[in-house]
Design a protein around this ligand. Structure first.
Ligand code: C2E
Ligand code: CA
Ligand code: CA
Ligand code: CA
Length: 277
C-alpha cells in the first residue's frame, strides 16, 4: 500500500491509510460496544444564571474502549453518522438519560435531561415514534427532556419542510439549538421553527473574559434571542468573570467547568448532595 521509491507508480490509497482502517474497525464495533456497556454517558450540570439552582443536566456520550482507552465523542459520533449507526447510538444515550431521569423522579426530583440529537437523526422516518416510545417506556413526561440540535441541521431544507421538529415539539419536549453562532443560520430563521432555546457555542464564551469582540457577540445573541422569545444557555463557562458578564447580560442558563465538569452518575449524585446541602 505504501508508495515505493523505486520509480514505480505510487500506489497510495487514502481510503486504506492507518487512521481509516482503525475507523472502519471501530465502526464495526459500535453495536457490540453498546451491548457490552463500553458506551456510557456522563452528565454535566446546567444552572440558572440568576439563582444558581441546577435546572438540567446534559448527557454526553463516552466510549471506554478495551484497547484504545477512552475515545472522545468527536472521534466516533461522526463515524456513527457515516455508517448509519447514529440512530442506534442516540437510542442508547436517550435510554440511559431517561432511566436516570426516572430515578430522580422516584426521589421526587424533577430534573430535566438534555440529549444531543445529530442532524442525521432528523431524517429518520421513525425518530418521533422512537422518542415517544422511550419517554413512555421510562414514564418520563416530555417536559423533562430537551433535545439539543446541531445548528447546521435545521436550516437544511428537507428538515425545514418536514414536520419532524413540530412533531417532536408536540411530545412536550424542549428543542434547543446547539453550537449557536458557528453555522450559517440566523436568529430570524429560527423564528420560523419550533425552537425554544439557543445554546451559544463555547468558542464564543471561552474568549469572553479576554476579548471584547466575543463578549459583544454573546451580548448580541442574548438580546436578539430574548426579543424572539427564546431562552439562552451559555456553554463553556470556565471563569468567574465570564459568569458575571453573562449573568449581567441576562443569559438564562450556564454550563461549564466553572460549575462542574461532566460527571459519571455516582459523582453527579454526590455533587447534587453537596450542593443542596
Ligand atoms: P457539545 O454538544 O457542544 O457539548 C459540549 C462539549 O463541551 C462537551 O464535550 C463538554 O465536555 C465540553 N465542555 C463543557 N464545559 C466546558 C468548558 O467549560 N470548557 C471547555 N473547554 N469544554 C467544555 P464532549 O463531551 O467531548 O462532546 C463533544 C461533542 O460531541 C458535543 O459537543 C456533541 O456535539 C457531541 N456529542 C456528545 N455526546 C453526544 C451524543 O450522545 N449524541 C450526539 N449526537 N452527539 C454527542
Ligand atoms: Ca450539546
Ligand atoms: Ca458546542
Ligand atoms: Ca456540537
Amino acid at each position: 500500500l505504501a508508495a515505493t521509491d523505486s520509480g514505480g507508480v505510487a500506489s497510495y490509497h487514502p481510503v486504506l491509510d492507518q487512521q481509516s482502517l482503525r475507523r472502519l474497525q471501530l465502526g464495526t464495533e459500535i453495536e457490540q460496544a453498546m451491548a457490552d456497556g463500553q458506551i456510557s454517558v456522563v452528565f454535566q450540570p446546567i444552572i440558572d444564571a440568576q439563582t444558581s439552582d441546577i435546572v438540567s443536566v446534559e448527557t454526553l456520550v463516552r466510549w471506554a474502549h478495551p484497547r484504545y482507552g477512552s475515545i472522545p465523542p468527536d472521534d466516533f459520533i461522526h463515524l456513527a453518522e457515516q455508517i448509519g449507526r447514529i440512530g442506534a447510538v442516540t437510542d442508547h444515550v436517550l435510554d440511559l438519560a431517561l432511566a436516570r431521569c426516572r430515578r430522580w423522579l422516584d426521589q421526587d426530583i424533577a430534573l430535566s435531561v438534555a440529549v444531543n440529537l445529530s442532524v442525521h437523526c432528523l431524517t429518520e422516518p421513525d425518530l418521533v415514534a422512537r422518542v415517544r416510545g422511550a419517554l413512555q417506556r421510562h414514564g418520563v413526561p416530555g417536559e423533562l427532556l430537551t433535545l439539543e440540535l446541531t445548528e447546521g441541521s435545521v436550516v437544511d431544507d428537507s428538515v425545514r419542510d418536514s414536520t419532524v421538529l413540530a412533531d417532536l415539539h408536540d411530545l412536550g419536549l424542549r428543542l434547543s439549538m446547539d453550537d449557536f453562532g458557528t453555522g450559517y443560520s440566523s436568529l430570524s430563521q429560527l423564528r420560523q421553527l419550533p425552537i425554544d432555546e439557543v445554546k451559544i457555542d463555547k468558542s464564543f464564551i471561552l474568549g469572553m473574559s479576554t476579548s471584547q469582540g466575543e463578549a459583544f457577540i454573546a451580548r448580541s445573541i442574548i438580546e436578539l434571542a430574548h426579543n424572539l422569545g427564546l431562552r439562552v444557555v451559555a456553554e463553556g463557562v470556565e471563569d468567574e468573570m465570564t459568569r458575571n458578564l453573562l449573568t449581567e447580560m441576562g443569559c438564562d442558563k450556564l454550563q461549564g467547568f466553572l460549575v462542574s465538569r461532566p460527571l459519571p452518575d455516582d459523582r453527579l449524585e454526590n455533587w447534587l448532595l453537596a450542593r443542596t446541602g
